[in-house]
Design a protein around this ligand. Structure first.
Ligand code: NAD
Length: 291
């Protein structure tokens, strides 16, 4: 029998993911409070309708508050024994609360935030980092195989996927800032950007930010820098993830000073320096414009 999926949150990421599931033969019903439902899917009339009588409900929502609102509405109507698969990036505590609420209704829960952006969502090459019971992860695996190139089961505790995601993005945010600073410094020192790339990309300063996603226009592989910093991965989303990392660090009593500074720099970029809507590598543009 065809597995029935309810897909809630059909934005930049959710719509292509839902379409890919439909194309792979799943019976997919979609719902969003704002975005239109792709024509290939069955459009639900309400969030409850999207979750009723489904084997799996996938959520791809902007934040933890939206997840809380949606779980409040759908858990009472979801079938006992079904699976709630949340692919949004949310606070660890929100993932844990959703899991507790789901378990109380005998519903399985997996948190599985993604890396790979809209391009990865469209191409079915996302990376999933998942938290939840092994049995629930096994149930989600066929969906991960369609939507992604890789899925790592990060731990049995709900929120483990979110933990892995924010650790990764704290590294990414800080690394991108210092990569941009290095290009700005190279300019000041009269060092050709291409020469700097040629050296650093094969030296100990190499990183994904420099080698694969170079923030300098015309240098390295094609990246948002070559398209006037059109995202890609928006600075607003990087700021969101850095703030989640800071909240998580504070909740454990750990001081992460580089992560904190990266959060402040992205907040300034997004809120004061016209960075909202630009790619997160646009920090280089800000450094050149503002010194
Ligand atoms: P988006 O804002 O484009 O989509 C979210 C959708 O959720 C919107 O269409 C919104 O209307 C809908 N929504 C909000 N509240 C709802 C509710 N109560 N019921 C039904 N629908 C509701 O965001 P996105 O870019 O698709 O990102 C989704 C998630 O994926 C976020 O948590 C984001 O951090 C994460 N993420 C995004 C990217 C990216 O590059 N866009 C990359 C990795 C992870």
């Amino acid at each position: 029998m065809t597995v029935k999926i309810g897909f809630i949150g059909l934005g930049n990421m959710g719509a292509p993911m839902a379409r890919n599931l439909k194309q792979s033969g799943y019976d997919v019903t979609g719902f969003d409070i704002q975005a239109p439902c792709p024509t290939e899917l069955v459009a639900a009339s309400s969030v409850e309708d999207a979750a009723t009588s489904k084997d799996i409900v996938v959520t791809m929502l902007p934040n933890g508050a939206a997840l809380q609102a949606v779980t409040h509405d759908i858990l009472p109507v979801m079938s006992s024994g079904s699976l709630l698969l949340d692919c949004s990036t949310v606070e660890i505590d929100h993932a844990r609360q959703a899991a507790r609420d789901a378990y109380a209704k005998s519903i399985e829960f997996v948190d599985a935030p993604v890396s790979g952006g809209v391009v990865g969502a469209e191409a079915g090459t996302l990376t999933f980092m998942a938290g939840g019971r092994p049995s629930a992860f096994a149930r989600a695996r066929p969906l991960f195989d369609i939507l992604g190139g890789k899925a790592v089961h990060c731990g049995e505790t709900p929120g483990s996927g979110q933990a892995a995601k924010i650790c990764n993005n704290m590294i990414l945010g800080a690394t991108m800032i210092v990569t941009c600073e290095a290009f700005a410094l190279a300019d000041q020192l009269g060092l050709d950007r291409q020469k700097m790339f040629d050296v650093v990309s094969t030296s100990s300063g190499y990183s994904w930010s420099l080698n694969a996603y170079c923030p300098a226009e015309g240098v390295g592989p094609e990246s948002p820098a070559d398209h006037n910093y059109k995202p890609g991965f928006a600075a607003d989303l990087m700021l969101k993830d850095l703030r989640l990392a800071q909240m998580a660090a504070a909740s454990t009593g750990l001081s992460t000073k580089m992560g904190q500074l990266a959060t402040e720099i992205y907040a300034d970029f997004v809120e004061n320096k016209s960075g909202s809507g630009l790619d997160f590598s646009g920090i280089l543009k800000m450094l050149k414009a503002n010194g």
